[in-house]
Write a protein that binds this ligand. Structure first.
Ligand SMILES: [Zn+2]
Length: 65
């Protein structure tokens, strides 16, 4: 389940019951809307791609000099 924090606009996914935002601790949270879920999943995908890119750009792993 994906949640949205109204206080800090943070989207996060958790299993089970959530009572507070893991980012700011606010209890002003609700289930994410369809658009927010899409945004969240796109963001996760972006992080994955960024990590993969950092892996490729790690010094010593390629001849980039
Ligand atoms: Zn928050």
């Amino acid at each position: 389940m994906i949640y949205h924090c109204n206080a800090c606009k943070f989207n996060f996914s958790r299993y089970g019951e959530v009572t507070a935002c893991p980012d700011c601790g606010s209890q002003n949270i609700r289930y994410a809307s369809a658009a927010e879920r899409t945004e969240f999943l796109m963001y996760q995908d972006m992080i994955d791609q960024e990590l993969a890119q950092q892996e490729r750009m790690r010094p010593g792993s390629s001849g980039a000099a």
